[in-house]
Structures are given as C-alpha cells and as structure tokens.
Design a protein around this ligand. Structure first.
Ligand SMILES: *[C@@H]1O[C@H](CO)[C@@H](O)[C@H](O)[C@H]1NC(C)=O
Ligand SMILES: *[C@@H]1O[C@H](CO)[C@@H](O)[C@H](O)[C@H]1NC(C)=O
Ligand SMILES: *[C@@H]1O[C@H](CO)[C@@H](O)[C@H](O)[C@H]1NC(C)=O
Ligand SMILES: *[C@@H]1O[C@H](CO)[C@@H](O)[C@H](O)[C@H]1NC(C)=O
Ligand SMILES: [Cu+2]
Length: 244
C-alpha cells in the first residue's frame, strides 16, 4: 500500500519536474536575414522556458513585450531584454541568450524588437507571440497592426517580468556583445540631424534583407529532467523498502 502510494506520488513528480525548453532565434541567422523571430508563433505551457538566442551576426535586437493593439510600444510593466548589440566578428556559437519562464499560459504575450536602425524592425515584421488565445487577436492581425504602426517606442518595460512570464536574470552576454538599456541608448543616441554619422562600426545593426529562400527552422524543443528528481526517486525507493 505504501509502495503504491509512493509510486503514484513519484509519477506525479516526474510530470511536474519535466521542464520544456523552446528555443527562439532572435534576428534570424546569417542566411535567414535580420528582422525576425524564429519561430514567431509559440505555444508554451506554464513552467516552459523560452530560450531566446541572439543569433544574428552582426545584430542589435531586443525582445520586448507590447500589447496586441500597440505592437511596437513597450508595455510599461512588460518583459524587455534591452538591446543586445553583436558584432559581425562574434563566433556563431555561443550566442547571448535570455530565458523567460511562462507563468500564465492563458495570457497571450505579444513581442517585438525595438531597434530602429537601419529601418524600424517592428514595422518590418520583427514580431512574435506566445500563447495566442482563440478569438480575433491572431498573429496575422498583430503583424498587420505592427506593419501599420507609425512609430516604434524606445522606452523600457519592466525588464525581467511581465504579464504571462518572468525571467530570473538579465540576458547573459558573451564577450564582445553589449547590452544597452533605454537610459543608455538615449544618452548615446546620435545627434538627431546633420552629418549622418553614428552608424556602422562593430555591433551595428544587421542590415541584411530577409533571406530569399531561407528555410525557417523551427526552434528545437527538448524536454529536460531535473536530476534531483532521480535523487528523490532513489531515496523514496530505499524508503519504500524500509517501510516494507
Ligand atoms: C499561431 O498559433 C495559433 C495557436 O496554435 C494557431 O491557431 C494559429 O493558426 C497560428 N497562426 C499562424 C499565422 O501560424
Ligand atoms: C537557459 O535555459 C537553458 C535550458 O534550461 C539552460 O541550458 C541555460 O543555461 C539557461 N541560460 C541561462 C543564462 O540561465
Ligand atoms: C497556468 O498558471 C496560471 C497562473 O497561475 C493559471 O491561471 C492557469 O490556469 C495555468 N494553466 C493551466 C493549463 O493550468
Ligand atoms: C544597439 O542599439 C541601441 C539602440 O539604438 C544603441 O543604444 C546601442 O548602442 C547599440 N549597441 C551597439 C553595440 O551598437
Ligand atoms: Cu530587431
């Protein structure tokens, strides 16, 4: 009897500790071109980690939460990675990355990239959504709203938390990549008019056009099992024999 109860509890624990990870490429790859999230339509249950990989070389993108109605404006209490600037010379692997964990899978999470250079990424289609719910708020409608937006907000969301998900750390960089927050970006912004200098250089924005015949490789989804589960399993099995 006790053994049966323990076994039932253990299989419930096995389900609870299986953590799903979904990888999303930010900025595409060299062959995909710059202004996209791949995949961009994600369904992820509570507890799933969305592992954003800043893959473009060069690139300077953000993962920023918005609302369905204003796709290119940061949600004040939303998730925001800040801009992650990557020079062309950075090795392909590893990439800077940012993990967010889904806290409410009933809450759609609308995302865009804040970068304006060389042309605004959000209105060019750099948008994504997690956990779209049935109804009129579809990915296509969100993309159409983004395309029609007249400006792209350069403010900052809450950062590591937002409706539907949270991160337990800032994006992790690799040597050579530089993260900018909204405050830093406004203090280093090029003069609004004049010579047109201030572009280019390492870590400048990816200017490549979306790939012509690129295959949109969906992000790899893999299940991870917490090793501590097996430690618990071992202990419980030993415990069960003691009970018997
Ligand atoms: C996005 O995902 C939702 C939920 O799975 C699905 O209903 C919808 O058809 C998808 N939209 C596109 C444009 O792929
Ligand atoms: C992000 O999550 C993945 C999958 O669990 C993990 O391998 C990686 O170390 C995490 N990265 C950071 C910076 O926490
Ligand atoms: C996910 O978590 C949220 C917040 O606790 C909850 O409202 C929702 O019902 C959960 N989803 C499922 C499928 O249980
Ligand atoms: C990335 O873009 C932001 C916003 O335009 C800018 O402030 C930052 O300096 C850029 N980073 C790099 C490394 O170019
Ligand atoms: Cu971008």
């Amino acid at each position: 009897m006790q053994l049966f109860t323990i076994a039932a509890a253990l299989s419930a624990a096995a389900v609870a500790t299986a953590q799903q990870v979904i990888t999303v490429n930010v900025g595409g790859t060299a062959t995909q071109g710059g202004f996209l999230f791949s995949p961009n339509n994600i369904t992820a249950a509570n507890g799933t980690i969305i592992n954003f990989q800043f893959t473009s070389r060069p690139g300077n993108h953000s993962v920023t939460q918005s609302s369905f109605k204003t796709p290119c404006e940061p949600l004040p209490n939303g998730l925001d990675s800040g801009w992650i600037g990557i020079p062309q010379t950075l090795a392909a692997d590893p990439s800077p990355e940012w993990n967010i964990t889904i806290t409410n899978d009933q809450q759609p999470i609308w995302l865009f990239c804040k970068q304006l250079l060389p042309t605004p990424h959000c209105t060019s289609g750099m948008i994504a959504a997690i956990n779209i719910q049935p109804g009129p708020n579809t990915l296509d409608a969100f993309a159409a709203n983004a395309k029609a937006a007249t400006s792209v907000g350069q403010g900052e969301g809450a950062g590591n938390s937002g409706p539907g998900a949270s991160a337990n750390a800032d994006p992790s960089l690799v040597s050579g990549a530089v993260r900018a927050t909204a405050a830093q970006a406004s203090s280093t912004a090029p003069a609004p008019s004049g010579s047109g200098s201030g572009s280019g250089g390492s870590g400048s924005n990816s200017a490549s056009a979306p790939g012509s015949s690129s295959s949109n490789k969906p992000g790899a989804a893999k299940a991870q099992f917490d090793l501590s589960f097996f430690a618990v399993l071992g202990g419980a099995v030993a415990g069960a024999f003691l009970v018997l």
